[in-house]
Design a protein around this ligand. Structure first.
Ligand SMILES: Nc1ncnc2c1ncn2[C@@H]1O[C@H](COP(=O)(O)OP(=O)(O)OP(=O)(O)O)[C@@H](O)[C@H]1O
Length: 311
């Protein structure tokens, strides 16, 4: 895999406590990678270091093979960053602001105009060129934030919780914009909302207490968190032994006379089997529902295992 980002043993402490500890990861050249973690897990710290906005206590960041600490200017040319609090200047117009950002990112003068135009077009804000940023809605401000992150055509764009604080329609729009800008570059995107990462990302890195606790493809993650138990309500229930004899069932526990929790191995066709057998044997099935793991439970489960045991 050709990688745009490589983090090696990255650790950071703000004062006495470690905010992140021994983070290692590699990220490919296109597509969206999700950094998922609860509040305070260490997402912003990782992203700020990776973009050169914060100096790490230990470890190395390589952007396209360039050591960020040794050649910050060269490395930063390849990075676009939208921090959690977008650095917008409210009293500038969209054009003025994007021109200013492109200048900061060392876009040559003669290329300034086309660079700003392209970023505006890709982010759907062309018609607001002369509008003051203070007069834009939250969703459009976020588009301007994303436009400043791509104005110098970086190979990597880092977005720290870009949908935070937006209303549901704006979230959908910003998501499709993120998908669009990831077609020809790598995007790293952080969130504390699992379904958001599931919708957008091809890879997921889960961070908890400053450590990576899961790192794999989205498919592997979905497979991992698939339910392994279900709740069944039967009007005419059989014995526990009879339920336990269904192929794939690993444990049976009656909660009441008619309600039973059935644990099973990875086989996701189990519900169909239970429904079929129940009809055949006259158990009179009233209700069947898979137990979905809540995100905080998944985090707890993953963090209690060896860090970085999933690659
Ligand atoms: N400037 C700072 N000074 C001291 N401690 C900090 C500072 N910034 C963050 N921390 C601490 O470092 C840890 C990681 O914080 P970080 O902001 O990276 O997490 P996060 O996953 O981005 O969370 P959030 O979604 O709340 O921003 C937290 O315990 C936080 O309190």
């Amino acid at each position: 895999m050709k990688s745009i980002v490589k983090l090696e043993h990255l650790s950071h402490k703000y004062s006495s406590a470690w905010a992140i500890r021994d983070i290692n990861m590699e990220i490919g050249n296109t597509g969206i990678v999700g950094l998922l973690g609860s509040n305070g897990a260490g997402k912003s710290t990782t992203m700020n270091i990776l973009c050169g906005a914060l100096n790490q206590t230990e470890g190395n960041v390589f952007i396209n093979g360039i050591n960020l600490r040794e050649q910050p200017e060269l490395a930063k040319q390849q990075i676009g960053f939208l921090p959690q609090t977008p650095p917008l200047y409210m009293d500038l117009t969209v054009d003025e602001y994007l021109r200013y950002c492109a200048g900061l990112r060392q876009v040559p003068k003669e290329k300034l105009k086309p660079a700003v135009k392209e970023a505006k077009e890709r982010c759907g804000i062309d018609h607001f060129s002369n509008r003051l940023i203070s007069n834009l809605s939250g969703g459009y401000r976020q588009r301007v934030g994303i436009a400043q992150a791509i104005v110098h055509r970086p190979a990597l764009v880092v977005l720290d919780e870009p949908t935070n604080g937006l209303d549901p329609n704006q979230i959908i729009e910003v998501r499709s914009l993120i998908k669009e800008i990831a077609t020809d570059r790598a995007v790293i995107f952080s969130s504390h909302i699992l379904p958001e990462v599931q919708i957008l990302c091809k890879e997921i890195k889960m961070i908890e207490n400053g450590r990576i606790v899961f790192s794999d493809t989205m498919d592997a993650f979905n497979n991992y968190v698939e339910p392994h138990s279900m709740l069944i309500h039967l009007e005419n229930p059989p014995s526990a032994a009879e339920l336990a004899a269904i192929p794939g069932v690993t444990k049976v526990a009656f909660l009441t006379e008619r309600q039973v929790r059935v644990h099973f191995n990875g086989d996701q066709d189990i519900t169909e089997k239970v429904v079929a057998i129940s009809i055949q044997k006259g158990w009179r099935l009233r209700e069947i529902s898979l137990d979905k793991s809540a995100l905080d439970e998944i985090f707890k489960q993953l963090s209690s295992q060896n860090p970085q045991s999933h690659h």
